[in-house]
Write a protein that binds this ligand. Sequence first.
Ligand code: ASP
Ligand code: MG
Length: 464
Amino acid sequence: MVVMKFGGSCLTNGEQFMNAAGLVKNYPDKNSIVVVSAVCKITDKLLDTGQLALEKKAKEVEKNLNEIHDKHQEIINYIAEEPVEKEKLTKENDNHLEELRQIYKGVSLINELSKRSLDVISSFGERLSVLLFSAALRNLGLNSFPVDARIFVTTDDTFGSAMVDLETSKKKFRKKVLPRINGSIPVITGFIGSTEDGITTTIGRNGTDYTASIVGYSIKCDEILIWKDVDGVMTANPKIYSGAKVVPFISYQEASEISHFGGEIIHPKTMQPAVLADIPIRIKNTFNPSYPGTLISSNCNDNYSSLITCSIDELTLITIEGAGLQAAPNSIVKVLAAVAKVDVNIYMISMASSEYNISFLVKSKDAEKALLSLQQELEVMRLVERSISKIVVDDNVAIIACVGARLKGRIGIAGKIFSTLGKNGINIIAIAQGSSEYNISIVVDSKNTGKAVACIHEELDGEI
Ligand code: ASP
Ligand code: MG
């Protein structure tokens, strides 16, 4: 049995829905379970409209509601040939629209847009897309039924990125969904879940990969197949470096390392259920289905692993330095806690063993929030313990990370990377390498991102 996931970027219009449904129909393993994201860009639109509702911009809310409705209706008109099916789907679409309209009205009236409300709002994207995908399969003569994952994906109440209780979700899936399969293909909403009390949650942006993995774990399927709009994991971002190649095999551990470089490849949490049940994950291109793609599994060893050069842009480097830093107890903990307190994610940490300074990176859009919190927290340390002398901020930096099992124990690789950067006139601002030796991360000025990725890639080509 295969669990197939289709992302929003493969579901932009009716034709793409039919194309994706055709891939399910023609797949050699006929016992598929399908997990889908919202139609392309719908989640963003739902969330943005929530903000407009909060700002009481009623006209704009109505305009967006109509756009959301019409986008789905256009797809319904394309995929539903039978008048009865079309009428049923149209009614569902209208009902969802009306429910959403009431929710946005509520947001405007009570002047509140909590994370909890945002989860309900964003759930509509997937709730609608499963109805359409299931109809597309029926249009091709297959039996299919939609499933709202809130009946089995059980989470805590960390709205926006809820923690999944894997074992409870598995039990519920086996009890509520599995018996209904019986020759029919379930089409399951990605991204959404619910608490034990039935409150709607979401498991993180781009979380549909993770849902597919939870479903895979629940039945211990043969493969989790992530359909995307690219040929697989690449040795670099092809938009940055045109010489990037597809990686045919990659280990779970390497995939986890690169998944943190933007949700574009695979959602970071996807690996966890797959590793537990030892299920391989394959990434394939909906627009090039005969291409084998990338296989992520536990069987991958460094003989055929590739080096991947990833990058993250639009980062800010924050450095805290002061002679007293090493003397102050828990100073590092306090620094990091101040950033965590305002929900800002730290991308990399670098600290010299002198403990004279600590540097870390955050998304530039979060920098102000992080700095404010740091200044408040450190005020106490500075005054009372006199441990910190200054905070230095460096905007517009990027992380370039070389990832791969091949880095482990290879003497001289870091040297090659650094010397090629030097030869190309690129200054290294900070570096980090964890003891897993799977990832060497380098901070450079973001104007050098493309050049750095290209020269590292070319320097290491023989090893790639
Ligand atoms: N629709 C959700 C999002 O855009 C989940 C997903 O795409 O996987 O984040
Ligand atoms: Mg998405």
